[in-house]
Design a protein around this ligand. Sequence first.
Ligand code: MN
Length: 321
Amino acid sequence: MDNKLKKLAESAKTFTPQMLEPPYSGIPTFFGAPHQPEIKDMDIALVGVPFDLGVTNRSGARLGPREMRNQSRLVGVYNHYSRMSPFFDCRIADAGDVPFQTTYDLEEAHTDIESFYRKISSAGVLAITAGGDHSITFPILKGLSSKEKVGLIHFDSHCDTSAPFHGSGLQHGCPMRNAVEAGLVDPKRTVQVGIRGTAELLWQFSYDSGMRVIHIEEFYEMGCKKVISEIKSRVGDGPVYISFDIDCLDPAFAPGTGTPVVGGMSSFEALQVLRGLSGLNVIGGDLVEVAPPYDAGGITALAGATLMFEILCLAASSKGA
Ligand SMILES: [Mn+2]
């Protein structure tokens, strides 16, 4: 153990009492962080959005945050790759779930999400989110918005830049288009990674607006290292948000999701790309679309929690810096 790790291990502030308990005991919070519903005295809020009224296919992502809290007790507090603990560098709390006035109206529920994230950003706190279906990313970005547009690193099998269809422009096939059209996201500083599947015809907006789309075939041709440098050169030094749809992973690694598409990357490849993104100005992120009813032995929720931890580490490094 080198000195830095030794210092982390000996630091009382690295651990909460719950982190020292067995992972199956107690009331689960994200990574064992303290539950703190009031947004104060924290640098980063971990937030659950148990909501899936925006799905086009199988529902169940509303159960994602609960199960990711469970599995997250097997993840963290150290990141062995970057040799850091976000809990050492930052004050991190589980702020609980977004409180909904209604769970039966997509538009109104999105307003609830936006208000909650507005409260978080007004307090100068970063938010890392467990979804929920992907429709939640649009109201999250609205709530976090400042004057400056953000760049977007979007891992998914789908571009999610569809025009309204099946009677809604707010469902989970549309958030990235909505975010660009609302002036929240700069499409020229946007990279979509892992894209594939039959819905390609719905995503012309990605190309027309100037997003960089890396299909899964190109991902494997380039390899992780080139993908990382392509992402970094695209998004630059400005603020950037990371949105990770678990269906970016192959269903072999993440079967528990509403719209699985065969032929995706492995959980290790996703980890490697995320780890390569250190040094970017990460202002928040989400891990969405974990749907426990289709999961097997919790592997999707575990993959989700692990990737969420990686995003948390990136945000903590940014915040710390
Ligand atoms: Mn998606």
